[in-house]
Design a protein around this ligand. Structure first.
Ligand code: FAD
Length: 538
């Protein structure tokens, strides 16, 4: 029964119609529905000072993906008798203005664990409760409610995948039908003097002139997400035998994994619907892989990181983060820039960084390779710096998952076998001996013979000349020698782990400074003595 007043559906992530409990609730028993998206200029408008085209917070590829997702959402809403109301400004201020102006008695939005949204939500919820507006904010971005898992675990997040899976069990909705189709929505009410626009184009946001050679091949939106999902699950054998990390990180024409991450990030695809579709496939095959390596296992990794992130203060930094080892990373901006700008001189690493910059997506093991190289493998640069680059350039950039994986790859948390380093030479070669991936993303090396494609600096000058690529002129020499630097990194990690163990994790800035000094003063001698007796800790 229509109540005569309206509901406001605030889209942030969850940019979809299917399995959207906030939208479903907002549409129930109301005369008017206001579907709103607020463009935060800080997130969307050009920042000429950033190292890549984009806003202060996001690279252009992700902004474009978001705009495409909004256009698709608007189209779907229009088909259902509604439309997307796009407003601009600081989101909580804009929303409160709308709530004041419109005849709204209910506000619905998907619950979000990210600190940015948590801060926004406090402001908006406080206003709504003072104004007598009902708020409905369901959990639908993850399979489980991360707060429930933390509660079940006595107030602390589980810190291993296995304990997470044990605590989580089956999702409560696992075998209930999700609401996948909507046949119509209530009309949009009077918008008064609020300034509403259509979804802006990238040019309207001020990016017209920006040089951009090559956009990501992945288009945003729910329609695209569902198409991609259907294509992935149509191959039942592929789904049933999916086993990560067995895929090929260098496959780029047909990636080895689903590439659903950007759709899950923006909520163009419901992870719960994805989960149910996978269970359907499993029911129809004789045998299938299981977590942690299966596709359902990947979704559980996602929930695992969301849970730890929610329950860990300062999850996104080393300082004050109780699950993060304190390591004397260096602050070498030149090495960081070489890595970021694909100038390390290691073609496997540089090709991955070009793929990141151009596509905003790379295979999981490719991410492993470059994250390890930047931190504990070769350059010993702080993981937070690499995290920042990924956060900006990935189209699937996700606060909990990105930070969680950087903590993992830098052996700062979750994974502690720092002796296991990805070789920037032999790791990629295993999958792609001819170097097709490198030739595609680094065309300067396209004519380099396969014997040298992973180590072009070892090619005789005559070969470099024939390949029209002189190392040191057309393509850089290695920024560091891998063999000696990776040894040096292991030594530093061993020292840092010993310090963390000795001080029971309470390592001060001063302690780190002293360790840094010690490591710099006696590199060789320290290295020899420690290498013979250190064992990985943790
Ligand atoms: P599939 O293998 O098809 O998996 C399906 C889904 O499971 C993914 O879409 C993703 O939502 C989830 N998933 C898969 N692997 C992981 C994982 N290791 N941790 C958590 N969830 C996972 N993923 C992001 O979505 N956003 C990030 O910002 C991000 N940053 C990363 C940074 C580093 C240093 C590393 C090593 C990994 C990062 N990942 C991130 C995890 C992973 O690489 C991607 O989720 C995956 O490659 C996306 O491709 P896909 O959708 O084809 O994955």
């Amino acid at each position: 029964m229509a109540s005569g007043s309206g509901s406001l559906m605030w889209f942030r992530k969850g940019l979809r119609i299917h399995d959207n409990p906030a939208l479903e609730d907002a549409a129930k028993g109301t005369r008017f529905l206001y579907p709103v998206f607020v463009i935060d200029p800080h997130y969307m408008e050009p920042d000429p000072n950033s190292f890549s085209p984009g806003s202060p917070r996001a690279g252009l590829n992700r902004i474009r993906f978001l705009l495409e997702s909004l256009v698709d959402l608007d189209l779907s809403l229009k088909k259902l008798g509604s439309r997307l109301l796009v407003l601009k400004g600081e989101p909580s201020e804009v929303l409160i203005r709308c709530l004041k102006e419109w005849d709204v008695t209910k506000l619905c939005f998907e619950y979000d664990t990210e600190p940015y949204y948590q801060a926004l939500d406090v402001k908006v919820k406080t206003y709504a409760s003072n104004a007598g507006i009902e708020v409905f904010s369901p959990v639908s971005h993850t399979l489980f409610n991360p707060a429930d898992i933390i509660h079940k675990n006595g107030g602390r997040p589980p810190l291993t995948y296995q304990s997470f899976v044990r605590l989580a069990g089956q999702p409560s909705w696992a075998s209930s039908p999700l609401s996948i189709t909507v046949s119509s929505l209530p009309h949009v009410g009077d918008v008064g003097s609020c300034e509403i626009s259509e979804v802006p184009t990238i040019e309207e946001l001020g990016y017209g002139e920006s040089p951009q050679d090559g956009f990501s091949p992945f288009r945003g939106g729910e329609s695209e997400a569902l198409k991609r999902l259907r294509k992935s699950i149509a191959d039942k054998v592929w789904v049933a035998t999916f086993e990560k990390p067995k895929g090929n990180p260098s496959a780029f024409l047909k990636p080895a994994t689903t590439v659903l991450s950007p759709y899950l990030k923006f909520g163009c695809l419901s992870c719960r619907y994805f989960y149910q579709c996978l269970q359907d496939v499993y029911r129809n095959v004789k045998r299938h892989t299981s977590p942690p390596v299966s596709l359902v296992g990947q979704l559980l990794w996602r929930d695992f990181f969301y849970t730890v992130a929610l329950g860990t203060p300062n999850f996104d930094q080393m300082r004050g983060n109780r699950i993060c080892k304190q390591i004397p990373w260096n602050d070498n901006d030149e090495l960081l820039a070489a890595w970021r700008d694909a100038r390390t001189g290691y073609p496997w690493i540089d090709a991955i960084m070009v793929q990141l910059c151009k596509w905003g997506w790379m295979h999981h093991l490719a991410r492993h390779s470059v994250a390890c190289f930047l931190t504990r493998g070769d350059l010993f640069v702080h993981w937070e710096k690499g995290r920042d680059v990924f956060e900006r350039l990935l189209i699937d950039s996700d606060w909990a998952i990105n930070n969680g994986n950087w903590l993992w790859l830098s052996c700062s948390s979750f994974f502690y076998q720092y002796n296991r380093i990805y070789s920037p030479i032999s790791f990629g070669k295993k999958y792609d001996p001819n170097g097709d991936y490198i030739r595609h993303f680094l065309p300067v090396l396209k004519d380099m013979p396969k014997e040298y494609i992973y180590e072009p600096w070892t090619a005789p000058l005559s070969v470099q000349t024939k390949a029209k690529c002189i190392i040191g002129r057309d393509y850089p020499k290695p920024v560091v020698p891998h063999d000696s630097e990776s040894k040096e990194c292991r030594r530093k990690m061993a020292e840092a782990y010993t310090l963390n163990q000795k001080l029971k994790g309470v390592v001060s800035e001063e302690d780190l400074k002293n360790l840094r000094r010690k490591l710099e003063e006696h590199p060789e001698q320290e290295g020899k003595s420690k290498r013979t007796r250190q064992k990985p800790v943790g």
